[in-house]
Design a protein around this ligand. Structure first.
Ligand code: A3P
Length: 324
């Protein structure tokens, strides 16, 4: 008889071997699992999240494609929801001592957990409203989230900028592991085929867009570019959506501006906490802050690449109301 643990390993191996696979972004392959691409090391935690997670109606979920502004949105959501606990936003605020990924955990990327439990975090006993993140596409989320009344704030970003952010980020991770850089061309070809963490990007975006149209009370669909253009407006919108609207008094006292400042790229990048150490998945905190600009892709992509990704976007997104 094989032990329980061996059985899990055996079952996962069978599952993994049955999945479509492509070269990944480090030494691991990417597998197409439940409608998205991810490395084998995540399959177990994804599976555990899908099968064991119990959503609460009060939950607030920050959903995104990687490199679309997740860190920023997590910071804003955390500051909005918890503002009554912190009288001063400038002193002693957790966002000054922790990276947003440490305050707003991602359950499906929590590493190798073999016991089916969410590691480190006492999930059922997290203070309500529980605030957590996900990169999984909407149809792949645990049924319990899909069927609950929890609030989902989704952020996406122009695929050109997202790709450049992704490629530079991946290479920082590779460098840390003493791996050679992935070429821009190679990564770009895969990205255009949808092969990247939690991609294809079009499925990820369109799934949440559809849900936000059908159930606007459930899913708030945001774009990085819109937040950049008018962060004040969107901060108020997020606060209303999650059920923590700003009072007139708060507005008059500059609470919104303080939150925006606390979560701004400049203050987050410059905070000493984010300049060293690691956040979730042992990723260097500083890797989450690069330029924080719109349009930096012009410095990287060739005319033929621009043409190619434009065509992919046209093909995949033109039937929707989504444009960049
Ligand atoms: P760039 O690589 O283009 O600079 P994610 O948080 O989903 O991993 O996305 C990372 C991208 O968001 C990076 O983009 C990063 O610099 C940018 N970013 C991080 N924090 C930000 C903030 N507070 N405001 C604006 N952009 C931010």
């Amino acid at each position: 008889t094989i032990s329980e643990e061996n059985k899990v390993i055996h079952d996962y191996n069978n599952l993994i071997l049955s999945l479509p696979r492509e070269n990944g972004c480090d030494t691991q392959y990417f597998y197409f699992y439940h409608g998205f691409w991810c490395p084998s090391t995540l399959i177990q935690s994804v599976n555990s999240f899908q099968n064991n997670f119990h959503a609460k109606d009060s939950d607030i979920v920050v959903a995104s494609m990687p490199k679309s502004g997740t860190t920023w949105l997590k910071g804003l959501a955390y500051a909005i929801v918890n503002r009554q606990h912190f009288t001063s936003l400038e002193n002693n605020h957790p966002l000054l001592s922790f990276n947003p990924h440490e305050l707003v955990p991602h359950f499906e990327v929590s590493g190798n957990n073999t016991d089916g439990q969410m590691p480190q975090i006492d999930v059922p006993n997290m203070v309500e409203p529980r605030l957590y993140g996900t990169h999984m596409p909407f149809p792949s989320l645990p049924k319990s989230i899909q069927e609950s009344n929890c609030k989902i704030i989704y952020i996406c970003r122009n695929p050109f900028d997202t790709f450049v952010s992704y490629w530079t980020f991946i290479n920082k991770l590779r460098l840390k592991k003493s791996l050679t850089e992935l070429t821009l061309e190679e990564s770009f070809e895969r990205y255009c085929k949808g092969i990247c963490f939690f991609g294809p990007f079009w499925d990820n975006m369109l799934g949440y867009l559809k849900e936000s149209i059908e159930r606007p009370d459930r899913v708030l669909f945001l774009k990085y570019e819109d937040l950049k253009e008018d962060v004040n407006f969107h901060t108020k919108r997020i606060a209303e959506f999650v059920g923590f609207p700003f009072t007139e008094e708060e507005e008059n006292n500059g609470v919104i501006e303080n939150i925006i400042k606390l979560c701004s790229f400049e203050s987050m990048k410059e905070s000493s906490e984010n300049k060293s150490g690691t956040a979730a998945l042992k990723i260097e905190r500083e890797f989450f802050f690069r330029k924080g600009e719109i349009g930096d892709w012009v410095n990287y992509l060739s005319p033929s690449m621009i043409k190619k990704l434009s065509k992919v976007m046209e093909e995949k997104l033109s039937g929707s109301s989504l444009s960049f």
